[in-house]
Write a protein that binds this ligand. Sequence first.
Ligand code: BTN
Length: 255
Amino acid sequence: MNFTVHRFDSIDSTNTEALKHARRAADEGMCVVARQQTAGRGRQGRTWASPPDAGLYLSIVLRPRLDAKYLPLITLAAALGVFDTLAQLGIDADIKWPNDILVNEKKICGILAETAETERGLAVVVGIGINLTSQNFPSELMDTATSLEGVLSRPVAVSELEGRLLKFFDDRYSRLREPDGASTIIREWGPRSTYFHGKQVRVTLANEMITGVTDGLEANGALRVKKDDGELTIVQAGDVERVRPSDKIRTGQFD
Ligand code: BTN
């Protein structure tokens, strides 16, 4: 893919900007990168703290020629690209379904994929935020988030990170578009995520909360969860949290 990068010192959200370009017929591979976001967006209406030079804030315009049912796999392919990027830096990461990258159980990266109907067909914008430093984290993130500097005890140059990420994203996304690409992504995702199988989780769905054990992915990337009552639930979208044994004991004591 040919990447064309538009750079900003400060912008509301690189995803919002990339969506605007997608609606104005931008080609696949158009990227928006900013040193700071004033209204960085996360999943489910949350904000993504984006202080100046504290993270890589990057969005890529895609025009996928994929069967619509496989579109959710773009997020999984992007997560694999981030995983590969961190691995090359010597970091052993974990992918939390569908789109968080964790190191030592703390979040280092989030991915937000959004779609837009455009005159050139459906466009997908994949937004990736990787924490470079924890120094300016809002206090509420201190316990749950980490950064490259926090993990490696040395700063990582954002330009170097961006170059590696675009390369690894391109590799994974190309593989997704090959015949059988969907099953390749699922097969390669599994061993890189402790959430793939046998993880005790609590999942917040639109209208309910379920608990159970993860049981692999469906062909479109949805998460299979065997509920405590034995029923299998297919989670297309939801927030997943691991349940630690100590949480269960606590629940048991007070139930
Ligand atoms: C999440 O974990 O909820 C997803 C976070 C995605 C953050 C990135 S930073 C670059 C891009 N621009 C945004 O406004 N959001 C994404």
